[in-house]
Design a protein around this ligand. Structure first.
Ligand code: PLP
Length: 448
């Protein structure tokens, strides 16, 4: 029996990333409150938020300092834009702090409201910059199959997942996808991680040569693939990719929308994987998800080109109303202060061995083919045959079933096909990690 709220939901909402047909029968999970790593539904049932919302509530729920900061800023100045040279203290302070902690040399920060619009900004700046530099043919952008970069027209084009393209008439021309670096699924039999990485780097180089290096402007990658299935890069991958990009003067965009701010055991995934990025997209954990905010970190070279363009054509014609929203910026400043004061990166490093050990132990389960994690992010792949790695037929929805059973057991996690992700709030304790995996083990036993 669906609750009154569930019926009203079905009558009124189109949910993002939801099977809209089955939703009409199943209805929503209606959450009402949260505390620490736990959330509670309208019946008072408790769940461990094993996905930190959508890879974002790093400091958990009911963080009083963030709530007070938001309230204070709301009272003082709930809104001012930063168009036309207007500014405010939280926007400036946040940009200073981001520059201080950036893992690559950064000159300026450009704000937005979502990970998608941050990546759209990246695409637009690449195009704008290359026109300004008198090389209008250098516009193509290479992304990766199973990469996830958002849903706006350009960022959905960068995304390498079929459901983001089919019948949306995407990807845009000039945005192409190279192979997914998932060793478990795509390596040849007996191929080492290093050899697999070399093969993918060679494939990228072939694509660049086929297209013409003077037409390829940028390459975009997440340090750890999130929505593609919580996939870690194979050994040596980014080192080899760095070399190819440098060889052909191709800009490297690191999409740190989920890996930014401690998730992989360093402040940035770019550091964890030695990515020689030119620019970085940030969102989500920048405010611990207490406010929608994104930031694109720009190099001196790119900034200089933008300023030169303004000398020639005037206004830099890009940016949205809520860019640098004062409440979001104030919350982000406080979030970064808490990360530092509470030594959140050190905490992730301390609890990560328990997380990874329990995740890898899931690999012993008859349904689990691969189980792999870093920091506090990881995924398992459910397979029909562990020996041959044969997957289940997609329509069986085995991953999704395990997530429904997990929900019964009091755990929220997320299935992407038959890959199931774990990405809890960064404040999670070792005892809570144990409990999270105990709940998922019980769910898997029901899925069998
Ligand atoms: N980039 C990455 C790596 C993401 O994981 C996401 C969202 O999950 C996005 C971009 C898009 O962010 P948003 O949903 O805030 O637009």
């Amino acid at each position: 029996m669906l609750s009154n709220l569930a019926v009203r939901d079905i009558e009124t909402l189109v949910h993002p990333y939801t099977n809209l047909a089955t939703h009409r029968e199943v209805g929503p999970l209606v959450l009402e409150s949260g505390k620490g790593v736990y959330v509670y539904d309208t019946a008072g049932k408790e769940y461990i938020e094993g996905m930190a919302g959508l890879w974002c509530t790093s400091l958990g729920y009911s963080n009083q300092e963030l709530i007070e900061t938001a309230t204070e800023q709301m009272k003082k100045l709930p809104f001012t834009h930063i168009f036309g040279g207007r500014s405010h203290d939280p926007a400036i302070e946040l940009a200073e702090k981001l520059k201080e902690i950036a893992p690559v040399p950064i000159s300026k920060v450009f704000y937005g409201a979502s990970g998608s619009d941050a990546n759209d900004t990246q695409v637009k700046i690449v195009w704008y910059m290359n026109n300004a530099l008198g090389r209008p043919q250098k516009k193509k952008i290479i992304s990766r199959l199973k990469g996830y970069h958002g849903v706006t027209v350009a960022s959905a084009s960068l995304t390498g997942l079929p459901n983001n393209h089919i019948d949306f008439d995407l990807p845009l021309p000039g945005i192409m996808h190279t192979s997914c670096p998932h060793h478990y699924r795509f390596a040849e039999p007996g191929e080492s991680e290093q050899d697999f990485s070399s093969r993918l780097a060679a494939e990228l180089e072939d694509m660049i040569l086929r297209e013409g290096p003077d037409t390829v402007a940028a390459f975009i990658a997440e340090p750890v693939m999130g929505a593609g299935g919580a996939i870690l890069p194979p050994e040596g991958y980014f080192e080899k990719i760095n070399a190819i990009l440098a060889k052909y003067d191709i800009l490297f965009i690191s999409d740190e929308v989920i890996t930014g701010f401690g998730r992989t055991g360093n402040m940035f995934g770019t550091t964890t994987y030695g990515m020689k990025a030119d620019t970085i997209s940030l969102a989500k954990q920048i405010t611990s998800a207490y406010f929608p905010l994104s930031a694109v970190m720009l190099s001196e070279q790119v900034y200089d080109v933008l300023v030169d363009q303004s000398r020639k054509i005037g206004v830099f014609g890009h940016g949205n109303t809520y860019a640098g929203h004062p409440v979001g910026c104030a919350i982000a400043v406080k979030t970064l202060e808490i990360y530092q004061r509470e030594k959140i990166v050190e905490h992730v490093r301390k609890v990560s061995p328990t997380f990874v050990k329990r995740l890898e132990k899931l690999g012993e389960h008859p349904l689990v083919g691969e189980a792999r994690g870093v920091g506090l992010i990881g995924g398992v792949e459910l397979v029909k045959d562990k020996q041959t790695k044969a997957p289940f037929e997609a329509k069986k929805g085995v991953g999704a079933k395990s997530v429904v059973f997990a929900q019964e057991e009091g755990l929220i996690t997320r299935a992407m096909g038959d890959r199931v992700a774990f990405c809890p709030p960064l404040i999670i304790t070792e005892a809570e990690i144990e409990e999270m995996f105990n709940r998922y083990e019980r769910a898997l036993n029901k899925t069998l």
